[in-house]
Write a protein that binds this ligand. Structure first.
Ligand SMILES: [Mg+2]
Length: 258
């Protein structure tokens, strides 16, 4: 049996709309004896809320099986003074991080959301505050650096654009805490206690999911849902081991290729 890391957004749902067959596929993978870990770059909801939403879509999982970027940040930045431009809902997962409005050691940029709160978090005033802290010597971290993500309304601008803007303004380079950072994948592998060669990464993002996992020698399956774009695959030169219509096809595909 394999270990399987499953991306969430664009693989199991898009904007909260379940992808047909995704929940039963996940439950079948578990019943078949595969070890599962859910690895998301979501930066707008707490882990408890996200796990609850997946259970409401009939995906069987425990909160502990869900790896999120705010929890990764809490581990990496514990005890540090952090100016966080992040959605309010994830603050509960930043336990142990000292959140400050000035004299920060770290500026942390989270992801955008579909709602109006994003206007407040990434206001000019907040971005200028972040710039001032970086200019005064703070280090730049981000939960992810995604340029955009797929919603039910279509592609939306994500906070990677703000991270790139701050890098441009300061000459600094941000440390990415979520996919495709090596520490994020290593934490997931450790959690399922798996050899990379016996582990599958399943995602809709050819760069962050597939490219990131391949750097660790994992096997990869790209799904044609969520943010999948054929031209992005052709441009990227990253070749997944499998391209599937949807995660719904994964159990069958694994059976056949075993
Ligand atoms: Mg995704």
């Amino acid at each position: 049996m394999a270990a399987i890391l499953l991306d969430v957004d664009g693989v199991l749902h898009v904007s909260g709309q379940p992808i047909p067959g995704a929940a039963s596929a996940v439950n079948r993978l578990r019943a078949d004896g595969h070890r599962l870990r859910f690895v998301t770059n979501n930066t707008t909801r707490s882990r408890a809320a996200l796990a609850g939403e997946l259970r409401a879509m009939n995906v069987e999982l425990d909160d502990e099986e869900l790896q999120t970027t705010p929890r990764a940040a809490a581990g990496a930045l514990a005890g540090r003074r952090v100016l966080a431009l992040t959605m309010p809902a994830i603050i509960e997962d930043l336990e142990g991080v000292q959140l400050v409005g000035e004299s920060a050691e770290i500026v942390l940029i989270g992801g955008a959301d579909e709602g109006p709160e994003t206007n407040n978090v990434f206001s000019y005033m907040n971005l200028a505050r972040a710039f001032a802290e970086l200019d005064a010597g703070a280090d730049l971290y981000c939960l992810h650096k995604n340029p955009w993500w797929q919603t039910s309304r279509g592609p939306l601008l994500d906070s990677g654009a703000f991270v790139a803007g701050l890098e441009y303004a300061t000459g600094l380079e941000a440390t990415v805490l979520g996919k495709p950072s090596p520490t994020y994948f290593l934490a997931a592998l450790e959690a399922v206690d798996a050899d990379p060669e016996l582990t599958w990464m399943v995602g809709d993002d050819v760069e962050a999911d597939i490219g990131g996992a391949q750097k660790h020698g994992m096997k990869t399956a790209l799904v044609r849902t969520g943010k999948f774009r054929p031209d992005a695959v052709e441009r990227s030169r990253i070749m997944p081991d499998a391209i599937l219509s949807s995660v719904a096809d994964l159990p069958e595909w694994l059976d056949r290729s075993a």
